[in-house]
Write a protein that binds this ligand. Structure first.
Ligand code: ARG
Length: 395
């Protein structure tokens, strides 16, 4: 009897090629698993494709709730934008997919784990490191191991009768509930503007002539309602994605530092992530003390880096999660967003835990702030700077 390899299968070019390689070069039976993280693909079609490629079994695993509750929500609490731009959509899904592959491998008594990542990207790091946290089985990654390029893969696919859709020929796409990453093809020229037809979630033409408003309500750091409608996490993200995308919000285009040292030009569509993180960050500024904010910004940035670089399971990440969760006790309230022809702005916020006091801040009469107390404070605040400058002048 042949041994089995369990492969994370998306139905795309890379993983289709991998099935054939595992069968032909490694002489293994292949079990495929497609994890639904809200990519919106037709799972029936994917399982039919896997079967056509000769796999012995295919699993579809609906992990959307886990993805939202255990990965996306913590990232909102952490205001997670890697290098201030990327909402980590792909990065967050990978550890979850890897966990599911290991689960199936145990069930199937497999002798190897497999994925379709290249040796140039971050996903190999996320898959390998997460798989290693719970399995000692060998990890086979043919695209990386054989140093395959896209052209070679396309030829190989043709020879083996693997069907490839037309966008796969132009770009490499990875999408899930939290975002859509578009890479490769014409986008590899970092100066060339992305063609409009690269975008599906964000409208780029005929945008509404009137500003659109959206209210997001948070409870302990987690969004629970949009436009006064209480929504379950998945629906809420879908609602915000749709509404913001229709106003042209959500395109990110930046140069990103990959874990392996490469700088890459990355283009994303992430309307919900941009709106929810913008709103959450704004609300925190109203309810957290300046000391909390200063420290949390460092924690947030470290958290984003750990999630980006495949260290989801690292004890440090767990420790930071504890800090972040503790910090969210008062992060409840509502933020009002205004969207107009691709621009996004927070135009209002309110919270029962607000530290903003109109009576303290007002320049009008009725202020409760005693200005006369400020004189002594300012003198002490600047004491060392004043002394240092005096000494410099004496020289
Ligand atoms: N640069 C992003 C990341 O490392 C997105 C990768 C998307 N993958 C893809 N095959 N298009 O998370």
């Amino acid at each position: 009897m042949k041994g089995k390899a369990v492969l994370a299968f998306s139905g795309g070019l890379d993983t289709s090629v991998v099935i054939k390689y595992l069968q032909e070069k490694h002489n293994l039976d292949v079990v495929t698993i497609t994890v639904d993280v809200g990519q919106g693909d037709d799972l029936k079609k994917i399982s039919a494709k896997a079967k056509k490629l000769g796999v012995v079994r295919h699993y579809n695993v609906d992990a959307r709730n886990e993805f939202v509750n255990d990965f996306i929500m913590p990232s909102i609490k952490a205001n997670a934008l890697y290098q201030k731009k990327y909402c980590l959509a792909t990065a967050l899904a990978r550890p979850l997919i890897a966990q599911k592959v290991v689960e199936i491998a145990k069930k199937e008594n497999a002798e190897a784990l497999a994925h379709g990542c290249t040796g140039k990207g971050n996903d190999q790091v996320r898959f390998d490191v997460t798989m290693r946290s719970d399995s000692t089985l060998p990890i086979i990654a043919p695209i990386r191991d054989l140093n395959l390029t896209r052209d070679v893969e396309l030829k190989f696919a043709k020879k083996h009768g693997i069907e490839i859709d037309t966008t796969a020929k132009r770009f490499s796409i990875d999408q899930n509930l939290w975002g859509r990453a578009i890479e490769g093809g014409d986008l590899e020229d970092a100066y060339a503007e992305p063609p409009e037809d690269a975008f599906i979630w964000v409208k780029t033409k005929n945008l509404p002539d009137k500003p659109q408003y959206m209210e997001i309500k948070f409870d302990k750091g987690v969004p629970v309602a949009a436009d006064s409608k209480s929504l379950k996490p998945i629906e809420l993200i879908e609602y915000v994605n749709k509404k913001a995308g229709a106003s042209g919000i959500g395109i990110v285009d930046h140069i990103e530092d990959r874990v392996v040292g490469i700088k890459s030009r990355e283009v994303y569509e992430t309307p919900a992530a941009l709106c929810l993180i913008e709103a959450h960050t704004d609300l925190e500024k109203m309810v957290l003390t300046k000391h909390e904010l200063k420290f949390k910004a460092m924690v947030d940035s470290e958290w984003s880096w750990l999630a980006y670089s495949g260290l989801w399971q690292d004890p440090l990440k767990t420790d930071l999660d504890m800090f972040i969760n503790a910090s969210q006790k008062r992060v409840s309230g509502t933020v009002k967003l205004k969207m107009f022809k691709g621009s996004l702005r927070v135009v209002g916020r309110k919270s029962d835990y607000s530290l903003y006091s109109h009576d303290l801040a007002t320049y009008g009469s009725g202020s409760t702030f005693d200005q006369t107390l400020a004189k002594g404070f300012v003198e002490l605040w600047g004491l060392q700077s004043t002394e240092a400058n005096k000494l410099l002048k004496k020289r």
